[in-house]
Write a protein that binds this ligand. Sequence first.
Ligand SMILES: [Zn+2]
Length: 434
Amino acid sequence: MAIQVTRTYVATIRNQQQVQSGLDSLGFAASKLWNIARWTCDRIWSETGTIPEDGPLKAYLKNHERYADLNSQSSQRVIEELAEAFHGWYAKRRNGDDRANPPKYRKSGDDHPRSTVTFKEDGFKHDPKNNRIRLSKGRNLKEHWSDFILCEIETRPDVTIGNVRQVKAVWNGDEWELHIVCKHEIEAESPGDETAGIDLGISNFAAVSYSTSDHELYPGNALKTDERYFAKEIAKCNSSRSNKALKLRQKRSERRSHYLHAVAKHIVTECVERGVGTIAVGNLEGIREDDETGEPRNWGDRGNEGLHGWALDRFTNLLTYKAKTEGIAVVVVSERDTSKTCSCCGQKRDANRVERGLYVCRNCGTVMNADSNGAENIRCRLDQAEKVTLNPRSSGDRSSGRVARPVVNLFRRGEHDPSCGQGTFAEQASSCKS
Ligand SMILES: [Zn+2]
């Protein structure tokens, strides 16, 4: 499987002296444009009560005199960055950080800082033979039609610059450097033809069923313990705006993120070991709806209602990315009825799921962990979703009365203090109910 990866390389500019004033004028121009756009946002904001998105803002400022100081794609990028900065601010406010400020003006007294200038396809030319990159100026700053900034670049000796998609001129405090974004195609060989299905949920954050006839569970305790701990600690703070509360929220977000990375990485490693080439993940839409499983739809602690959907979306993205670099495809399939259907005989009956956490089929007598059953059904949807040759389970395994015992991967952090320590997974012997 050929996959595309993007890499950014930092290059120093060998002819710094020659190009510095040219780059300075672009960097200052970017700051000025930022300020004009920022001021325009303020004005529209006070008149209409909303902050414009980058589309209308670009259309509005396109004819502004300062817009033509930079190549038009570079000007567009400045406005997009401002819109992104506003979105970052909205997100912080949504997460309860009411100390967050909207994006600032780029000014210190009468001086402008040197802003980063981005050059897209129209704005640069790479000359690999001579190790040069030519950067465009805007109409206003050109002295004649062929007035460009020609940078002689130097990168680490083991780096080959090629297939350049974007160049950023960045002032590092001492001098200008170029951040060069290259697109590479690499071959990642699929580990094999086996398949896996993943059921994402609450009591088990993930249940995995492999075509090699084994199951794994990733209980969500570590995440739940964290949520409770941080909710309690934040509630103890004198003010939700205090530094302590802010630090706690940051810590919580780091730990959520660490947990999701750890689960995704562990699953991908397990897939590689088993020769899995395709992973099916349930379509997350269904999870947020109520269904008949009797599971709570969120973790119920005040303040993290949105966490569950958020965590699952983010997890799927992480998993897809990590899997891709190992040559494993991730396919999203419908999870409709996957909790009600028997993965052994295919019979669908509401009454089949008799006990919380345990799936019992009245038809064939299968007893298995309910999440493992869901994961196996999700895995079996692969043949509907894409032309994947499914490796069916060995037939002996389909016999009635099977009791599947999944491996449980418990996430353990350093001792009982949720405020510190990174975690690892430890296998635990399980009953079929766990
Ligand atoms: Zn059955």
